[in-house]
Ligand binder design. Structure first.
Ligand SMILES: Nc1ncnc2c1ncn2[C@@H]1O[C@H](COP(=O)(O)OP(=O)(O)OP(=O)(O)O)[C@@H](O)[C@H]1O
Ligand SMILES: [Mg+2]
Length: 138
């Protein structure tokens, strides 16, 4: 599996969320994803970068890579923070569950939009959310 492009961006401020969105819009478009998939991926980036900013109580980082495998193109992204962690992943994934008085639709939405979503978390150590989206390479 060849890695074609990689990058990372810190998540420390509201402005960093905008930068993450722009970086991934460009990378996914360059990789050959169509407009609909680019929108799905950028929406997921928005939600996960915002979760780091709003919920983790710490800084974080987004890392991304473009992958090519068996005629498919993929984008793999990781959102890592060093914050408070998620006590109950299954509960956090329920549509409507929130500890912040918002919609509680972020994680459930991202899971629907992506092909893969994997959450690793430890209380007062941090959280890493890995997502992948795959499509036919052009
Ligand atoms: N990086 C994180 N660190 C700590 N807790 C998190 C993190 N991401 C999510 N959570 C927890 O999981 C809950 C559900 O997240 P989700 O994104 O689904 O909803 P929300 O952020 O509360 O609302 P919405 O995304 O709809 O504005 C959050 O309310 C929060 O308690
Ligand atoms: Mg959210």
């Amino acid at each position: 599996m060849a890695t074609q492009e990689t990058g990372e961006n810190p998540i420390k401020s509201e402005g960093d969320i905008v930068t993450c969105r722009k970086l991934i819009r460009n990378a996914a478009t360059a990789a050959g994803f169509g407009m609909t998939d680019v929108t799905r991926i950028v929406t997921a980036v928005s939600e996960l970068a915002r979760n780091v900013y709003v919920h983790s109580g710490s800084d974080g980082v987004m890392r991304w890579q473009t992958l090519y495998q068996a005629g498919q193109v993929g984008m793999r992204l990781e959102f890592e923070d060093f914050g408070k962690g998620i006590p109950d992943i299954a509960q956090a994934l329920e549509a409507g569950f929130t500890t912040a008085g918002s919609m509680g639709m972020g994680l459930s939405g991202v899971k629907r939009l992506m092909d893969i979503m994997d959450i690793k978390t430890e209380i007062n150590v941090g959280t890493t959310v890995l997502i992948e989206k795959w499509g036919r390479a052009k």
